[in-house]
Design a protein around this ligand. Structure first.
Ligand SMILES: [Mn+2]
Length: 432
């Protein structure tokens, strides 16, 4: 039985919502992320683990500052000192946009750190641990140039390139699987977006350059565990074999407010794997949101709401919804005092415009409407736009079909109440 610690998405060097710690000169979020990483490495050493798998995205980008690299290296060096084999996989944030990626991690190979393997290509590593041998297939973040040449993709749409890439990946992965020793435990370590995953901020961080991998490509009986990286929310995608995202070790933004952060602890034998998610004690994120538009004493209502929330050392934001005429009733100094317990906070007033406050149940139910149905649902609640309804629908259809000119001219030639036109245009842009 091989004990494995699997962590991912360290993003060391993220400084959002942090501030400089005057005692150390370091950003407090850098310190928080380092603390989370240190806790993971402490566990690996105290057990000890036989193997540590890192699922990729060490830093926010491929060129971390020296101080950030040093903090990362200081922690991983402890694994080398303790003679715990470690695999560092290359994630999308570790790659340069051009050329061979993974420079910030490839340095560990250049330095020949004993027991360290850098996974920057699809290949199988046979590693010797204190509890026996294990096979680790590394699958770093794939870009199309990793598997396809320009000639392969000429004249293809993005979707066609995506499916061609999946076909190639299937073939190459099959080649690795056929060479496996069936007697030895096998782990696939992959930095990928799996099609069944629930994701958050990383969708935007990845900037749409990646490809989604079908889950069934990873669910092979030859694997005793599939260790994933990339998605920041911890989730188990499949039970047999276990396919698991440990998630990130700290929160990058408010999108991760409610997610537990941690790492995975595994006991892997051939054909049998025990798994446990271990949560880390991280700095809390707290959103306090209150609508005071119907309140007689808006400031008192906000303070009462804040009194019920523990903001101590938290990264906090107060969002309050007010009517324009209530703004003068709220003293910002008082709000600042009430938020002061937080480590870092933002106060965000959302001023309601009575006309813009049209909210339609059809548009809020979470159903995905096609643009025309969404527009019609919206217009059904706007009696003031009734006379333009037909033209707006026609113009939208024309826009969708790419033949807008004639109809938009027709609309602009109509006599319009300028106030309602401004509002309707703004609102339509937002809702659609
Ligand atoms: Mn990633």
């Amino acid at each position: 039985m091989i004990k494995i610690l699997h962590l991912s998405d360290i993003h060391l060097g993220s400084t959002t919502h942090g501030q400089i710690n005057p005692q150390t000169g370091l950003n407090t979020r850098l310190e928080d992320f380092t603390k989370a990483l240190t806790t993971c490495i402490d566990r690996a050493i105290s057990e000890p683990a036989d193997l540590v798998l890192f699922g990729g995205d060490a830093f926010p980008d491929a060129t971390p500052a020296p101080v950030v690299q040093q903090l990362f290296a200081t922690q991983f060096r402890r694994l080398a000192d303790a003679q715990i084999p470690t695999v560092l996989l290359v994630g999308n944030h570790d790659q340069h946009s051009q050329g061979q990626g993974g420079a910030s991690l490839a340095i560990y190979r250049s330095l020949a750190v004993p027991g360290f393997v850098v996974g920057d290509r699809l290949e199988t590593h046979r590693l010797t641990t204190k509890a026996g041998d294990v096979q680790v297939i590394t699958l770093p973040w794939l870009t199309r140039s990793a598997l396809l040449t320009r000639g392969d993709t000429d004249g293809l749409s993005m979707a066609e390139v995506g499916s061609l890439l999946i076909e190639k990946l299937k073939v190459v992965l099959e080649g690795e699987i056929r060479q496996l020793d069936p007697e030895i435990p096998t782990v696939l370590l992959a930095h990928v977006m799996v099609d069944r995953a629930t994701y958050g901020a990383e969708r935007f961080l990845a900037a749409g350059k990646g490809f989604t991998i079908p889950l069934n490509l990873l669910c092979r009986e030859e694997f005793d565990y599939v260790a994933l990286g990339h998605v920041h929310r911890h989730q188990v995608l499949f039970e047999n074999p276990l396919v698991v995202y440990p998630g990130s070790i700290e929160r990058v933004d408010f999108g991760e407010e409610k997610e537990d952060k941690g790492y995975c602890w595994l006991e892997v034998s051939k054909g049998k794997t025990k798994f446990e998610f271990c949560a880390l004690k991280t700095r809390p994120f707290r959103t306090v949101k209150i609508d005071v538009t119907a309140e007689e004493h808006p400031e008192a209502s906000i303070l009462a709401k804040l009194a019920g929330v523990d903001l101590t050392e938290a990264i906090a934001r107060l969002i309050y919804i007010v009517k324009p005429e209530q703004i003068g009733q709220i003293d910002h100094q008082v709000l600042h005092q009430a938020m002061n317990k937080a480590h870092n906070y933002a106060i965000i007033p959302e001023v309601v415009n009575p006309i813009n406050r049209v909210r339609l149940p059809e548009l809020n139910r979470g159903e995905i409407l096609d643009p025309i149905s969404a527009l019609k649902a919206y217009l059904s609640g706007r009696a003031d736009l009734k006379i333009y309804e037909e033209d707006l629908v026609l113009a939208t259809q024309a826009l969708l079909e790419g033949t807008s000119l004639e109809i938009s001219e027709k609309i602009s030639s109509q006599p319009l109440d300028s106030r309602s036109l401004d509002r309707s245009q703004t609102q339509l842009t937002i809702q659609l």
